[in-house]
Write a protein that binds this ligand. Structure first.
Ligand code: ATP
Ligand code: MG
Ligand code: MG
Ligand code: MG
Length: 479
C-alpha cells in the first residue's frame, strides 16, 4: 500500500466512525509562550481540552505535521542515527472532545490495525499505565480489562510514568495512555534474545506505533495536576512508522515517504544508500532535515539567529555539514530536494507546493552562506583538537566557532563526539551569556498557567472556525 493510501485509509476509517476530517494545522506556533512548534497532534486542539474554546465537532481526525527538536520532546540526536525518529513527522490522530472515551478508542484502534490494515495480531503488543504513587495516580486496570478482549494477557505490558503518562510539555493537558507497539523482528533476530523485555528493548524493529491518550488532567505551572472539565481522547500514530509496518520494510527510510528523497540524493551526489554506515547516516539526516526545514519555512518560520528561527537554522546547518563531510558536497544542493518533496507531499500538504519558490530560495541562500565559512571552521576545529590535551575541548573555542563561523553549539558537540572528544559546555555558556546579557530582558518568557474555563465562565474571544481554515492558536482568559 502506498503511503498516500495509508493516510487516506486512516482518515476514512475514522470518518466512517462519524469523525470530521480536518487538515493539519501549521507546525509553527507564533503565540504560545511554552512551545515553539507543534510537537504532537493534540497541540492545535489543546484549547478544546482546556474548555477555552467552544467545541464545533466532538469527533475529529487528521494527520498533523509535528516537529520534535526542542523542549520536552526533542529527538534531534537520534535522527538519522536510528531509523524511526524524525525531526518532522506526521501524526495520525483521532479525537474525542468530551465524546467517546477509552472503550471506543481501544476498540477502533484494534479494528483499524487488524481488520482494515490487516496487521498480523502476533506482531502487536500493548502497554498500559502502571500507576504512580508519588502523584496518587492509579494503575489503569480499566484499559487492561478492555485490552483483554482483543489480545493475550502476556502481550499487555505495564509502562511507567515516563512512557505511559503523556504530557505535552512542562504544563498543559495530560493523562495516562495506552500504547500499541510492533515487533517486526525476523524469527532469527527474535531467537537471539528469547523472553526479552519488549517495553525496554532498544531494537529498530521493536517500536511504538500508536499512543492512545486518555486526557483527564491539566499540569499547572507549579507542577500540580488538576482535573479537566471533561474526559477526552487524543491518539497519535506515527505515520512513517505505520508505513514501515504496512510496506513490509525494516526502516522508515525504506518506505515511499523517504525513498524518493534518498534516490534524489544518490543521483545528485553519486553515493549509494546501504553501503556504508557513515554515508547512510548522512543520507538519512539530510532527507529527514530537509522536510523539517522546508515545512517550517512554508509555515512561516524562516531560519534566523534567534528563537524558533535559530532552531530551524541549526537543523539545516546540521544537514549541510553532513553533506559537506560525508557526501563531499561543497556547493548548495539540499534546496533541490524541495522539488521532490513538493511532488510527493504537495497533494496532502498544499502549502509546500504553494511556497515552493520561497522555500527553495531560502534554503539555497542559507546553504551558500554557511558553506562560505564551514570549511574554514572545520579546519579551525581540527587545529583546536590537535592542540587539546585530554579529551575535552575548550568552550571558548566553541564560542569562537559559533560567533565567527556560524557553528551552532550542538553541531560543534556532534563533530567532536564523532572524533571521540567532548565539549566544555559551561565555558561556552559563560561566553555566550556575556554576549547575551544585554538583551536578556527581552528574551524572558511568560509562563502563566493555562486557565480552564468552567461552564459558566465567559470567554474573551470566540475563535476561528478551524474547519474552514488552519487552526490558529489564540490565548483565552476568563473575564
Ligand atoms: P518514542 O518512544 O518512540 O520516542 P514517543 O512515546 O515519544 O515515541 P508519542 O509522544 O507517544 O511518542 O507520540 C505518538 C506517536 O508518534 C508514537 O507512537 C510514534 O509512532 C510517533 N513518533 C513519536 N516521535 C516520533 C519521531 N521523532 N519520529 C517519528 N515518529 C514519532
Ligand atoms: Mg519519544
Ligand atoms: Mg514512547
Ligand atoms: Mg508514546
Amino acid at each position: 500500500m502506498k503511503s498516500q493510501d495509508i493516510r487516506k485509509k486512516f482518515l476514512e476509517f475514522f470518518e466512517s466512525k462519524q469523525h470530521k476530517i480536518v487538515p493539519s494545522a501549521s507546525m509553527v506556533l507564533k503565540d504560545d509562550p511554552t512551545l515553539m512548534f507543534v510537537n504532537a497532534g493534540m497541540v492545535p486542539f489543546k484549547e478544546y481540552f482546556l474548555g477555552q474554546r467552544k467545541i464545533v465537532n466532538t469527533r475529529v481526525t487528521d494527520s498533523q505535521k509535528c516537529l520534535r527538536v526542542s523542549g520536552k520532546h526533542n529527538d534531534l540526536e537520534e535522527v538519522g542515527i536510528d531509523t524511526y525518529h524524525h525531526t518532522l513527522f506526521e501524526m495520525l490522530g483521532n479525537w474525542s472532545f468530551g465524546d467517546y472515551f477509552k472503550q471506543e478508542a481501544i476498540a477502533w484502534a484494534w479494528e483499524l490495525l487488524t481488520e482494515v490494515y490487516k496487521i498480523d495480531k502476533d506482531i502487536l503488543y500493548v502497554t498500559i499505565f502502571e500507576g504512580d504513587e508519588s502523584e496518587g495516580l492509579a494503575k489503569d486496570t480499566e484499559a487492561y480489562d478492555m485490552w483483554k478482549d482483543y489480545i493475550a494477557e502476556d502481550r499487555i505490558l505495564l509502562g511507567n510514568k515516563k512512557d505511559n503518562f503523556w504530557e505535552m510539555g512542562a504544563q498543559g493537558p495530560c493523562g495516562p495512555c495506552s500504547e500499541i507497539h510492533v515487533d517486526i523482528r525476523s524469527a532469527e533476530e527474535k531467537a537471539k534474545t528469547p523472553g526479552a523485555d519488549l517495553v525496554n528493548m532498544d531494537h529498530p524493529q521493536v517500536v511504538e506505533i500508536w499512543n492512545l491518550v486518555f486526557m483527564q488532567f491539566n499540569r499547572k505551572a507549579d507542577g500540580s495536576l488538576e482535573n479537566l472539565p471533561n474526559q477526552h481522547i487524543d491518539t497519535g500514530m506515527g505515520f512513517e512508522r505505520l508505513c514501515m509496518v504496512l510496506q513490509g520494510v525494516q526502516s522508515n527510510y525504506d518506505t515511499d515517504v523517504f525513498t524518493p528523497l534518498i534516490h534524489e540524493l544518490e543521483s545528485k551526489t553519486g553515493v549509494v544508500y546501504g553501503k556504508s554506515e557513515e554515508i547512510d547516516i548522512a543520507l538519512r539526516v539530510i532527507s529527514d532535515h530537509v522536510r523539517a526545514v522546508a515545512f517550517a519555512i512554508a509555515d512561516g518560520q524562516l531560519p534566523s539567529s534567534t528563537g524558533a528561527g535559530y532552531v530551524i537554522r541549526r537543523i539545516l546547518r546540521r544537514a549541510i555539514r553532513y553533506g559537506f563531510t560525508f557526501l563531499n558536497q561543497k556547493e548548495a544542493f539540499i534546496y533541490q530536494l524541495v522539488e521532490v518533496l513538493s511532488h510527493q507531499m504537495g497533494a496532502y500538504f498544499p502549502e509546500i507546493t504553494a511556497q515552493k519558490r520561497l522555500v527553495k530560495n531560502v534554503i539555497k541562500e542559507e546553504e551558500a552562506s554557511f558553506l562560505r565559512t564551514l570549511g574554514q571552521g572545520l579546519g579551525l576545529l581540527d587545529n583546536v583538537i590537535e592542540a587539546t590535551k585530554g579529551k575535552e575541548v575548550s568552550g571558548e573555542k566553541a564560542f569562537e566557532l559559533y560567533d565567527t563561523f556560524g557553528f551552532p553549539i550542538d553541531l560543534t558537540a556532534l563533530i567532536l563526539s564523532e572524533k571521540g572528544y567532548s565539549l566544555n559546555e559551561s565555558e561556552f555558556d559563560a561566553a555566550l551569556q556575556k554576549q547575551k546579557n544585554r538583551s536578556r530582558a527581552a528574551a524572558e518568557m511568560d509562563m502563566d498557567d493555562w486557565v480552564i474555563l468552567k461552564e459558566d465562565d465567559e470567554e474573551e474571544f470566540v475563535g476561528y472556525d478551524y474547519l474552514e481554515t488552519q487552526v490558529k492558536i489564540t490565548r483565552y482568559r476568563k473575564v
